[in-house]
Ligand binder design. Structure first.
Ligand SMILES: Nc1ncnc2c1ncn2[C@@H]1O[C@H](COP(=O)(O)OP(=O)(O)O)[C@@H](O)[C@H]1O
Ligand SMILES: [Mg+2]
Length: 404
């Protein structure tokens, strides 16, 4: 049975966000369909009207062909020439093409014009059945010929059919650009907060730290305290605090990358973490060569590895194995795979783990991986991702760096 995951309050904001996105999506789809449907209704009405016009046109044509009385002028002027929008082609009984509202290049030869008209007729046949004109002698009732009137949608109607699609595309492009712009400004704002907070923290830690260092020196000179090992312990903690300060100040500025021995840096982190976690947690470091170099900023890179290892420890509870593999890839790349034997990440949540504020822990801040991503992607131009994760089996994170 699937385990129920209760998400802490800090995650609600993501769920609300997705809900809002769904609402916007559904509303946009409804508006799109509504507007396409409504235009279709208009198009159908207009089509019907155009058809009636062509039928009238055909009747008038028939009349002029059969009769030659005084009404003809009225009919030709009022009906035949009044049609200024619907393209119509008809074939006289001598098999000659006649047309209205067809754009014809007058410089073409007669042959070319006919070929063009034939093509048009084929096209028209596909959209509407032609209207038949029966030529019948009025007095005898004898049929002396048949003609066909072909037509297609007027330009106006064609435009109207395309209109909602064009309009919706323009709106979609506009929406997309606004979304990008909005996202960009939001990211820029978030960046400022990150950087500002980090700088401020480093700055504030600096003063008490230097005074602590001075105090340690004073204590070192005190014969009573000197031999109790206290000073050395204090010194270690101060060194750790100095590293933390350095990390914060590096993330607030553009750190300079150097060629570093990755094994060395990872061993530093493992050496620091091992005594601080349960003794039932094993750290294993595998490497193909002792001298794999990468371009990194050591304090920030160590921070990333530390965060990944701490998450691994959290995922495993009291016992398990953290395996760190340092690999050299093609294309001047270095891979660092950190695997644990912990509870794994549910498939649905993998996409969220790097988001700031995402955590499944009671006391979590959800900033560890967000920070790691920022450090690897922005400062090292590398990659960090969940390589694999299996529930109750374990997770592997991969960091990709450029080698020296
Ligand atoms: N190795 C891992 N195994 C299982 N889940 C993990 C692992 N690493 C990260 N996660 C998940 O990603 C979330 C975010 O991690 P992180 O950004 O470090 O924040 P935090 O550790 O404060 O929760 C964690 O709460 C956890 O659900
Ligand atoms: Mg963490």
């Amino acid at each position: 049975m699937a385990k129920k995951i209760t998400l802490p309050a800090s995650m609600e904001f993501y769920q609300d966000n997705t809900k809002l996105k769904w609402i916007i999506l559904v509303v946009s789809v409804l508006i799109s369909f509504g507007s396409i449907y409504y235009t279709n209704v208009l198009v159908e009405q207009l089509k019907e009207r155009e058809k009636q016009q062509v039928v009238l046109f055909a009747k008038a044509l028939e009349y002029t062909l059969v009769n030659d009385d005084g009404n003809i002028v009225f009919i030709t002027d009022e009906i035949l020439f009044k049609n200024k929008s619907i393209p119509v082609i008809w074939l006289t009984k001598d098999n000659e093409y006649q047309y209205v509202n067809i754009e014809m290049n007058e410089t073409w030869s007669e042959e070319r014009k006919n070929a063009f008209l034939r093509m048009q007729v084929e096209e028209m046949k596909d959209s509407f059945d032609p209207i038949e004109i029966v030529l019948r002698d009025d007095s005898t009732g004898e049929i002396f010929g048949k003609q066909y009137v072909y037509y297609k949608n007027s330009f106006l109607l064609t435009q109207l059919i395309a209109f909602p699609y064009i309009q919706l595309s323009v709106l979609a492009i506009f929406g997309f650009i606004s979304y990008l712009a909005f996202n960009y400004s939001r990211t820029a704002e978030q960046n400022q907060v990150w950087v500002g907070l980090a700088k401020e923290t480093a700055h504030q830690l600096g003063t008490p730290l230097s005074s602590l260092m001075a105090w340690v020196e004073v204590l070192r000179d005190d014969p009573e305290i000197k031999n109790k090992g206290i000073v050395d312990e204090l010194d270690k903690d101060i060194r750790k605090l100095t590293i933390v300060t350095e990390r914060f100040s590096s993330i607030g500025s553009t750190p300079v990358l150097k060629d570093e021995n990755v094994n060395q840096l990872i061993n530093n982190v493992v050496g620091y973490l091992q005594p601080r976690v349960s003794s039932k947690i094993n750290f294993e470091v595998y490497t193909l060569s002792e001298t794999i170099q990468a371009r990194v900023h050591a304090p920030l890179f160590e921070w990333v590895i530390e965060n990944l290892c701490k998450n691994a420890v959290d995922a495993m509870g009291s016992s398990g194995t953290i395996a760190i593999k340092i690999l050299r890839g093609s294309d001047h790349k270095v891979f660092i795979d950190i695997s644990d034997t912990g509870k794994g990440i549910p498939k649905a949540l993998i996409a969220n783990v790097f988001r700031p504020g995402f955590t499944t822990k009671k006391r979590g801040w959800g900033l560890g991986l967000a920070l790691a991503k920022r450090i690897i992607e922005m400062y090292h131009e590398g990659k960090i991702f969940v390589k694999s994760s299996e529930e109750n089996q374990g997770t592997t994170f991969r960091v990709e760096l450029k080698s020296a």
